[in-house]
Design a protein around this ligand. Sequence first.
Ligand code: ANZ
Ligand code: ZN
Length: 763
Amino acid sequence: MAPKPKWYGLIEFPYPSGAGLHVGHVRSYTALDIVSRKKRMEGFNVLYPIGWDAFGLPTENYAIKNKIHPRRATEQNVTTFKRQLTALGLSFDWSREINTTDPQYYKWTQWIFVQLFKNNLAYQAEMPINWCPNDKIGLANEEVVEGKCERCGTNVTKKKMKQWMLKITAYADRLIDDLATVDYPKKIKAQQINWIGRSEGVVLQFLVKGRGENIEVFTTRPDTLFGATYIVLAPEHPLVESITAHEQKQSVRQYQSQTAAKSDCERTELAKDKTGVVTGAFAVNPANGQEIPIWVADYVLSSYGTGAIMAVPAHDERDFDFAKKYALPIVRVISDTDTMENSAQFNGLPNHTARPRMIAWLVDQGSARVAVHYKLRDWVFSRQHYWGEPIPIVHCDKCGATPVPEDQLPVELPNVEHYEPTETGASPLAAMTAWVNISCPQCGGVAKRETDTMPNWAGSSWYFLRYTDPYNAAALADPEKLNYWMPVDLYNGGFEHTTLHVLYSRFWHKFLFDIGAVSHAEPYLRRRSHGIVLGPDGRKMSKSFGNVINPDDIIAQYGADTLRIYEMFMGPFEEMIAWDEHGVKGARKFLDRVWRLRERVVAEAIDDAELARVIHCTIKKVTEDIDAMKFNTAVAQLMICVNAFEKTERIPQQSFEDFLKVFSVFAPHLAEELWQMLGYTTSITQEPWPTWDAKMLQQDEVTIAVQVNGKLRGTLVVAAHASEDDVRDRVEADEKIAMHIGAKKIVKFVYVPGHIVSIVTTA
Ligand code: ANZ
Ligand code: ZN
């Protein structure tokens, strides 16, 4: 027997929160369950696994609040989730269940970190990090939403701390370019590209007047150089201190400390009132030797480009606002017809001609170099919290940061008495001196363990690899198994993970590819996203709105199949949809109708062409709709099929079986029950997926509309394959239509097969 082809379907493994399963999880998991069940029946070797993304702040916070250990809280939450998922009849391979908090799992998360460290992609840096004063935790940029902590809503401030960083920027180009090799929705690709924000421009040198130093500015608009009327340094720029004139020192320092409290988001907001302070120093414009003032202003960020800009108020909105406020000169260098002006030898040239010539001229004279900058920043990877993977590093005065030897992994999270964050911002692990003090693995001298832990994005950056070989103690997975199962054929998850989890995991996967640990450059062949399920009131489900629907209640009242069918039928899969109790009732009624059909099933074959046509149409439509992830229209077709069954007194068993097979992937419990009632002792899941016959799809007769001079004048039932001549004969023989033609002559007769006849007559 030929080996089965593989198919790997993946859902984003859940975070086992205290709140239990959400109906949003149900939408995503049911959809991929349907695809997985169908693929199995089509003869694929299917991997549809599940596990727990169980480290992270919510569990830690829940544990602190409820005075139980996060490990216990996680166990309880997993038990609840498991019960709920099992009730839904999801066909997960439970033998591959993984848990990111299991030391045998995070051993490999730590191993990957060590490889990153050895390849200079993990490093420590003193970083002004986003700091949530409430959660007492450093936040990645992505966790700051409009200047506020994503978790608790507190205003985020800045705090300088030594952090572990991962050099995702080293992969920026490949993370953009390789998107061309995968099937993701356009919107998701665009979001990733924007997030990485590759920007091609030039770095220009502006000499500081009276000093030997240059200020470098990054600009995407070197063509506007003659219009640069001042320079702006970010308040954190290293030159601020040395160039500021004596009499300006105090106001500059004051301004710097004001800025420290603001988030990048607040600082660069277009609408915000611009502030700044003059340094008293001047810079020389390399294009015309003009001396222009140097300012410090917080609308320039230290973390982007070179942390300094040339301001061109005539052509840049932020610079314009600033120049207006501080009465700085505004010089237009590009006219309304896009030709150059106020630009010396470039005057009169079209902008697109001047631009490359200006760059060449500046590069020639040594005041410019071409540069690419990215919005993407390196990934702040450490957290000062308990409930995460310990970072497997030992600090030695002599040897510096040294990785824990691989044969000593995992570095297990010790049991601490207090896992509350400390007021100083240090991890609770820092207080465990017995654990912290250790001898250096390299020189044997006195050393200390790293006490920071990894962010909750760590375990989810490679979990899909572990499913291929979940109990392997010698490697993150057996290379042969990885090679067989990877890449993931279909990965479904939330839109909100596009720039975080999906990007992070692509980065790790590319790194693992580079060191030969995996054999593909991209982890996911096809990515799709489901729309979120809103509360009945159209708002996001939330405890505080009291609009949360608990899947347990729906299952208890209507059954798991009802919940599955309802969530698939509620609307297009990728769209946001509000919960609707009527829809749930409708789904249950539909299942009741299917249940009653069994009374009319007869063993003998019946020659019913119309019923056969509906069955074949149903198989075709459901097959194609599942492939295209149009689950709602697939359910609609199942309903059409049930209508057709209800119209006949006797349903041939063969037809009913075909229906049950395609229906079974949506409503597995009811389908299995009916299958057994037909006398089968094996499961319907073992049946091959039914096929359709294209010849059977045609309708024998069709109803067509007849228009005379643009007005509907009647309908006719004709053979589906009738020729235009046949149809014309029928039309002319029809008394009612003939009445509308009367004595006039037909000048045009158009027949659109199966749909409409359009007749134009003489006046
Ligand atoms: C002069 C200029 C003239 C600019 C003009 C724009 C328009 P993107 O495309 O996002 O890369 N810029 C550079 N570094 C900055 C920083 N650290 N903080 C804030 N703004 C910064 O944007 C590049 C442009 O953003 C650069 O080009 C610079 O302003 C500004 F008509 O230089 B431009
Ligand atoms: Zn040492």
